[in-house]
Design a protein around this ligand. Structure first.
Ligand SMILES: NC(=O)c1ccc[n+]([C@@H]2O[C@H](COP(=O)([O-])OP(=O)(O)OC[C@H]3O[C@@H](n4cnc5c(N)ncnc54)[C@H](OP(=O)(O)O)[C@@H]3O)[C@@H](O)[C@H]2O)c1
Length: 292
C-alpha cells in the first residue's frame, strides 16, 4: 500500500482493544504509517506498547494509556451476557476523549441464514444463532454510544498462520460435503487495508456506519480444502456427508453449517472504491502457502 499523503501519520494515536489475530495485523500495519499504537491483551506481556484490559476481571487501562488517543479499534467479541466488554468498562472514558474515529469488528453472522442468497448492508439483520443476537446487540450499543463509530461486518477470517493449511498440518481437517452450502471469507490483510483505505479517504468518501468486508467469491468449503491439498501436492481425503459428520462436530463447528449466505462487498468495493488485495480464496491461500 502507498504511504498516505495525509490523515494517517504520527499525529494519530491508535488504541487496539483486543489485539488478537486481526488486531495484531492492523497494529503492525498502521505503525508503518508512523502512527503510534497501543494494544490491549488480557494478560501482562513484556511489549511496552501493550497494556492490560480484561473486562471480566475489571482490569482497565490506567489514565495515561488514553493520552492523545485519536482512533480506537475494538476487536473484542460480546461478553457472555451479550454486552459489549469495551462499552461496559470504558464507555464514559471513551466519550470524554476527542476521538476522530472508532472502528468495531463485528460479524456477518448478524444476517442469519439467507439460504445461499446474497446479503448486503441494506438488508435487515436477522440473527439465528444466540451469539449473533448478542453481536447485534453490541452493534446497537456502539451505535447508541454516540461515539464516531464505524462497524465492519466480517465473514470467516483467514490469513498466514490461520488457514486451511494449519488445519491440514495439525490433522484437524474434516472434509464435509453439504449440498449448495456456501461460505464467505476475508483475508486478514484486506480487513486492515480496507479500514486504512476508508480512513485515508475519510474526507472525500461518504460515511457509512456499517460496512461488510468480504471477498468477491463466496464458495463451498470443499473447494477451498481441495485447492490447499492441490497446492501441497497431497490427496484430499474422501468427503463425508454433513448428515453423517454432524454428530461428531462441536456445537460451534456445527452452528456454522446451519447458515448459508453470500456476503456482498459492493458497498465497499464498488460504491466506496476499495480494491481487494485477495479477491478470492485462491489468491489469498497462495499468500498463506508462501508464508507458511
Ligand atoms: N475469527 C473469525 O473468523 C471471525 C469472523 C467474523 C468476525 N470475527 C470477530 O472479529 C473480531 C476479531 O476477530 P479475531 O479472530 O481477530 O479475534 P481474536 O484473535 O479472537 O482476538 C480477540 C481479542 O479480544 C480479546 N478479548 C476477548 N474477550 C475480552 C474481554 N472480556 N476483555 C478484554 N479483551 C478481551 C482477546 O484478548 P487476549 O489477547 O488476551 O486473548 C483477543 O485479543 C472478534 O470480535 C471476532 O469475534 C471473527
Amino acid at each position: 500500500m502507498k504511504k498516505p499523503a495525509s490523515l494517517l501519520g504520527n499525529k494519530n494515536k491508535f488504541l487496539i482493544l483486543g489485539c488478537g489475530y486481526s488486531g495484531s495485523f492492523f497494529a503492525k500495519t498502521v505503525r508503518k504509517f508512523g502512527c503510534s499504537v497501543l494494544t490491549s491483551s488480557r494478560s501482562i506481556c513484556s511489549d511496552p506498547n501493550s497494556f492490560v484490559f480484561d473486562s471480566e476481571n475489571y482490569m482497565v487501562p490506567d489514565e495515561n494509556t488514553f493520552d492523545g488517543v485519536t482512533h480506537i479499534l475494538s476487536c473484542i467479541p460480546p461478553d457472555k451476557n451479550g454486552k459489549d466488554p469495551v462499552l461496559r468498562s470504558l464507555k464514559n472514558k471513551l466519550k470524554s476523549l476527542p476521538l476522530e474515529w472508532v472502528g468495531y469488528l463485528s460479524t456477518t453472522g448478524v444476517y442469519g441464514d439467507t439460504k445461499g442468497a446474497w446479503v448486503s448492508e441494506i438488508d435487515e439483520p436477522n440473527p439465528f444463532q444466540r451469539r449473533s443476537h448478542k453481536r447485534l446487540n453490541c452493534e446497537k450499543e456502539w451505535i447508541e454510544s454516540g461515539l464516531p463509530v464505524q462497524i465492519f461486518r466480517l465473514p470467516g477470517i483467514y490469513g498466514p498462520g490461520r488457514s486451511t493449511f494449519e488445519a491440514i498440518k495439525n490433522k484437524k481437517i474434516r472434509v464435509i460435503y453439504k449440498k449448495n452450502q456456501i461460505f464467505s471469507r476475508i483475508h486478514v490483510a484486506d480487513i486492515t487495508n480496507a479500514i486504512i483505505y476508508l480512513l485515508q479517504n475519510k474526507n472525500s468518501l461518504k460515511f457509512y456506519q456499517v460496512i461488510n468486508i468480504a471477498d468477491d467469491e463466496p464458495c463451498s468449503q470443499i473447494e477451498v480444502i481441495q485447492y490447499c491439498y492441490n497446492l501441497l501436492g497431497l490427496t484430499m481425503p474422501k468427503p463425508i456427508l454433513f448428515k453423517d459428520a454432524q454428530e461428531e462436530l462441536s456445537p460451534i463447528a456445527k452452528s456454522f453449517w446451519m447458515e448459508n449466505r453470500r456476503v456482498s462487498n459492493k458497498l465497499l468495493c464498488e460504491t466506496l472504491g476499495y480494491k481487494l488485495i485477495y479477491k478470492n480464496y485462491k489468491i489469498g491461500l497462495k499468500n498463506c502457502y508462501l508464508k507458511s
